[in-house]
Design a protein. Structure first.
Length: 60
């Protein structure tokens, strides 16, 4: 039997959100939108996606 592994950061939160069916949208402004999107992308373990303009990013 394989050894149990520790959950990756954010995976427990993602599982909870999925189990509860929670969704939401948050819009933030920043002097450096790429850095802000990268921060939240790393936090949520997803790749930020370019949005409608150079100052618009999506973190899904």
């Amino acid at each position: 039997m394989p050894e149990p592994t520790a959950p990756t950061p954010g995976s427990e939160l993602q599982a909870l959100v999925a189990a509860m069916g929670m969704t939401g949208t948050l819009v933030l402004a920043a002097d450096d939108p790429v850095a802000l999107a990268s921060f939240y992308g790393a936090l949520l373990e997803v790749e930020p996606q370019p949005g409608l303009s150079a100052s618009h990013w999506r973190v899904l």
